[in-house]
Design a binder for this molecule. Structure first.
Ligand code: FES
Length: 257
């Protein structure tokens, strides 16, 4: 025992020292590298196409609970405000559309997505490298009105290009916007690549904001079950369709385009 531990007759300590030296020598601060590299910092922007940001409070109401702030609860499944409903048919079929440049192809990671801001609306642009295809949808997942689809998992389901929402894994067809194995729906837009530019075909900002503007989608305490008071506070008259068409309040700051 003394030979093994004190004299290191089996060279175990020597091996451990060697491994520790390797760890110390090969350590690098990944976060410092990002902070110091403008190109890497771009990957952590909220929106690919602008430095403008939308604060968390613009997407979900924060409430005071015993002196601490926390997000308002989502409506429970089955409650009236659960699941945002997309307009029937193609709401923008008669709109005049333009191709809007939203970035360079290199701004979007392969087999991933990036969020873009159009007026007050968050959109998600997806790059499916395997299929050589690009897609654009609303960024808000209709399940809980969470602005997260650009952080979803891009993939394929029996030949259908899809995104899986990162929160509860609901899958959406990236071409049609239909939920796979469900009845939710998201709005999609056409994407094309010209040279290295990524262009999305979009109606006027005001039209898109009226349907998908963040202000109209914000999860509010009044939509939700108030756990603190153990009471349901859903406003029965707040209709999803009203929310869809509501003109969002004017915010500080200009358009992203
Ligand atoms: S928020 Fe629940 S699946 Fe997207």
């Amino acid at each position: 025992m003394k030979e093994v531990i004190i004299e290191d007759s089996l060279a175990i300590c020597e091996e451990l020292d060697r491994r520790m030296d390797h760890l110390v020598e090969s350590y690098h601060d990944e976060w410092a590298e990002v902070v110091n590299d403008p190109e890497k910092r771009k990957k952590f922007k909220q929106f690919v196409n602008t430095d403008e940001i939308q604060e968390r409070d613009e997407m979900i109401e924060f409430i005071d609970m015993r002196g601490q702030l926390r997000p308002a609860d989502w409506p429970a499944d089955g409650e009236p405000q659960t699941n945002w409903q997309a307009p029937k048919d193609d709401i923008f079929s008669k709109s005049e559309k333009k191709w809007i440049k939203v970035g360079k192809t290199s701004d979007f990671s392969k087999d991933s997505a990036g969020a873009i801001l159009y007026g007050e609306t968050q959109l998600a642009v997806f790059r499916n490298e395997k299929r050589g295809e690009w897609y654009c949808t609303q960024n808000m997942c209709p399940h809980k009105q969470a602005f997260v689809l650009s952080q979803g998992i891009v993939g394929d389901s029996n030949g259908t290009p899809k995104v899986a929402c990162p929160l509860h894994k609901k899958n959406f067809d990236l071409k049609t916007g239909a939920e796979l194995d469900g009845d939710l729906q998201i709005i999609t837009f056409q994407v094309k690549i010209e040279n290295d530019d990524v262009l999305v075909e979009l109606p006027a900002v005001e039209e898109v904001d009226a349907i998908l503007g963040t202000a109209g989608m914000r999860v509010q305490k009044s939509d939700c079950i108030d756990l603190a008071e153990d009471a349901i506070k859903v406003k029965p008259n707040r209709q999803s369709s009203t929310v869809l068409m509501a003109k969002p309040e004017k915010r500080q700051g200009g358009s992203s385009m």
